[in-house]
Ligand binder design. Structure first.
Ligand SMILES: Cc1cc2nc3c(=O)[nH]c(=O)nc-3n(C[C@H](O)[C@H](O)[C@H](O)COP(=O)(O)OP(=O)(O)OC[C@H]3O[C@@H](n4cnc5c(N)ncnc54)[C@H](O)[C@@H]3O)c2cc1C
Length: 280
């Protein structure tokens, strides 16, 4: 592991591991029921099938919902009411969720560090309300050769028409073709990027040759209300009253965020599920 200055908006010092891969990228977590290992090729490209979601900072609890809601009737006494009668608290959170009184769910904050392919971030950043984002820069730092290749659990074949289709398993041959084609294309693209940089071309111009399967990283901060809206659209769940059909890779991010949030706000999480996973 080495430490070097990689530049950036704020001149950040970044620790890098083998293949120039930031340390965070090397810490992959379980996805689709297995623990994937990033594959580093002899040419120093890294191929990943997983995404990373780390809760780096939070101020979020069910109590935050309760004191905000109870100001309606208890004024400044609402903080004193917090520990009284847990059943009533549970009932209040459920009532707020059911009747879509959403604002009490905004008095909390969760910051996630996310590493995922650029195509996931394009979808992610469509969520405008109740979200703050900061993403690594392709202008200020040399982008690292970490690319997305789906694993064999990823359904590959779309059947049906737009708006009404399902995904089914790919054959072993299709998986081999996808992996081979993506990896070859990534190698070519990254070699072109390096060639342009070697010739003195600015990073912001050279990056145009890189594909959306390149990994990026960002901090995303949200509150429980904006996260619930996100999860309603970006995950599939048997309890969802309004089904959505998200791309699997953003759903992988959503599932990991959901797991962190569920631990912080168990009553709110239970009420969300009990009321059909519709954001209040
Ligand atoms: C399965 C799926 C497929 C998709 N396919 C496409 C696609 O093909 N092309 C494409 O461009 N996008 C696509 N999207 C993105 C989608 O259109 C939304 O941009 C994205 O889901 C964010 O939702 P949102 O606007 O509700 O969220 P936010 O931006 O977080 O907004 C939250 C809520 O605030 C309110 N709001 C926000 N802004 C406004 C506004 N300007 N005016 C009025 N009310 C507002 C709305 O009630 C909104 O629901 C897709 C999304 C999903 C989940």
């Amino acid at each position: 592991m080495s430490e070097k200055i990689v530049g950036g908006f704020f001149g950040v010092r970044s620790r890098t591991g083998p293949a120039g891969c930031p340390v965070r990228w090397a810490r992959t977590t379980e996805v689709m029921g297995r623990t994937p290992t990033p594959v580093t090729t002899p040419e120093s490209l890294t191929f990943r099938s997983d995404v990373t979601v780390e809760l780096v900072k939070s101020s979020a609890s069910d109590a935050d919902v309760l004191f905000a809601a109870r100001v309606s009737t208890a004024g400044e006494q609402s903080l004193d009411e917090l520990k009284k009668d847990p059943e009533r608290s549970k009932g209040l959170i459920n009532y707020l969720m059911r009747d879509r009184h959403g604002s009490p769910f905004e008095h909390n904050s969760m910051t996630f560090f996310i590493s995922a392919p650029i195509f996931v971030f394009r979808e992610f950043m469509r969520h405008r309300v109740g979200w703050s984002y900061n993403e690594e820069s392709g202008r200020y730092r040399e982008l690292q050769p970490v690319f997305y290749v789906p694993d064999t659990a990823r359904k590959l074949v779309q059947q049906g028409r737009p708006g009404k289709y399902v995904f089914v398993e790919g054959t072993p041959e299709q998986h081999a073709t996808v992996s081979g084609t993506l990896e070859e294309s990534y190698r070519q693209a990254y070699a072109s990027y390096q060639k342009l940089l070697d010739e003195g071309v600015a990073r912001e111009v050279a990056r145009a040759v890189l594909p959306v399967g390149l990994f990026s990283s960002m901090y995303a901060t949200c509150n429980a209300r904006s996260l619930m809206h996100f999860l309603g659209l970006r995950t599939q769940h048997e309890l969802a009253k309004v089904p959505s059909f998200p791309q699997r890779e953003i759903e992988m991010v959503g599932e990991k965020m959901e797991a962190e949030w569920a631990k912080l706000m168990p009553l709110t999480y239970a009420a969300y599920n009990a009321n059909g996973r519709v954001a209040p």
